[in-house]
Design a protein around this ligand. Structure first.
Ligand code: NAP
Ligand code: GDD
Length: 320
């Protein structure tokens, strides 16, 4: 019998890659979507007929219970969240509700309706924030720097707590930034590649950004969803850092993206205080040795390949 997977956040970047991956492996995929006045299936349009959709919301326990009871999943991937860091300062309580307490609601549903299932929590390298050591591993203490990161730290700890309290198979993947042509346009990588494509095609003149000095360990989302799946195939629930082990600044990203179309970023980029954050995470770099050794996972897409893939995709989308 085919395995059954329930994915929350299936309309997001990671949800779309994970759904593709699990369908290819022969899973029955159940996708949780929240009610909207307009359809929001752009990223999964090509596979939507293969997915069984269920309407539910992280704020609504009854809807989560119904989704869990109907899908009776073998594996649950909790990817849904308010995931944009700047919004967490303007909507801190909502972010805590979705990104923090939402995890407890899902775990409670699992405990009541699918206690034998395996659970994956989408934890984040943002939890390391003002980093305590370099590189960061599974034992590095957290120092969150945004309401989003605080909520994710809660989500991580409640996942570990339900594992320890109730013996649930609950794994936490501490994923560093991962990007793709399907990344939301408000995140810096996609904002840059979309901006580069617009400038190259004569549709824009400038690109306004915040800090260019922040450094991130950027990987490819398609690689990272494989790690999520591997965590749930392991014989015991655990925490895993998923990262490339390399870090680059926003400025490095700009150089590669603009160079790819024969332009110099310094001629186009302006800094705008509106995009500066009240508290910044200056540098993230992950130690992926545990995932490599125990899960046999490794990234396959280099930084340069990632940047150029995203620029080429945006050029094509805009008709270039
Ligand atoms: P994303 O593109 O922003 O997708 C977020 C998903 O959550 C969307 O499907 C969204 O649905 C759904 N959602 C938001 N609020 C919800 C609610 N109240 N009820 C039900 N669904 C809700 O995020 P992503 O980049 O794919 O990331 C997936 C997860 O990994 C997130 O939890 C994120 O915080 C975490 N993470 C991401 C990264 C990264 O670099 N991408 C790194 C570490 C951790 P709508 O389409 O309806 O808005
Ligand atoms: N979004 C954005 N827009 N970021 C900018 C800009 C801008 O105009 N200019 C500079 N940046 C800087 C931010 O200040 C930050 O230091 C860096 O670029 C990356 O910002 P984002 O792409 O918004 O990602 P993030 O690192 O804050 O958060 C992402 O990664 C986390 C994992 O570490 C999100 O995907 C989170 O959901 C995820 O948990």
């Amino acid at each position: 019998m085919a395995k059954r997977a329930l994915i929350t956040g299936i309309t997001g970047q990671d949800g779309s890659y994970l759904a593709e991956y699990l369908l290819d492996l022969g899973y029955d995929v159940f996708g949780m979507v929240r009610r909207s006045s307009t359809e929001n299936l752009e990223r999964i349009d090509h596979i939507k007929n293969d997915i069984e959709f269920m309407q539910a919301d992280l704020l609504d326990q009854a809807s989560l219970d119904k989704a869990m009871d109907t899908s009776r999943p073998d594996e649950i991937y909790n990817l849904a969240a308010q995931s944009f860091v700047p919004t967490s300062w303007s909507q801190p309580v909502l972010t805590a509700e979705f990104t923090g307490l939402g995890v407890t609601r899902i775990l409670e549903s699992m405990r009541n309706f699918a206690p034998e299932a395996k659970f994956y929590q989408a934890s984040s390298s943002e939890m390391y924030g003002k980093v305590r050591e370099v590189p960061q591993n599974e034992l590095t203490p957290f120092h969150p720097r945004s309401p989003y990161a605080v909520a994710k730290a809660y989500g991580h700890h409640i996942t570990v707590n339900y594992r320890e309290s109730y013996g649930l198979f609950a794994a936490s993947g501490i994923l560093f930034n991962h990007e793709s042509p399907r990344r939301g346009r408000e995140f810096v990588t996609r904002k840059i590649t979309d901006g580069v494509a617009r400038i190259k095609l004569g549709m824009a003149e400038k690109l306004a950004l915040g800090t260019l000095d922040a450094q991130r360990d950027w990987g490819y989302a398609g690689d990272y969803v494989r790690a999520m799946h591997l965590m749930l195939q392991h014989d015991q629930p655990d925490d895993f850092v998923v990262a490339t082990g390399q870090t680059h600044s926003v400025r490095n990203f700009l150089e590669v993206a603009f160079n790819h179309v024969g332009l110099n970023y310094e001629d186009y980029v302006v800094q705008d205080p509106r995009y500066m954050r009240p508290a910044e995470v200056d540098q993230l770099i992950g130690d992926n040795s545990k995932a490599r050794q125990i899960l046999g996972w490794e990234p396959t897409v280099s930084f340069e390949q990632l940047v150029t893939m995203m620029v080429d995709s945006d050029l094509q989308l805009l008709g270039g």
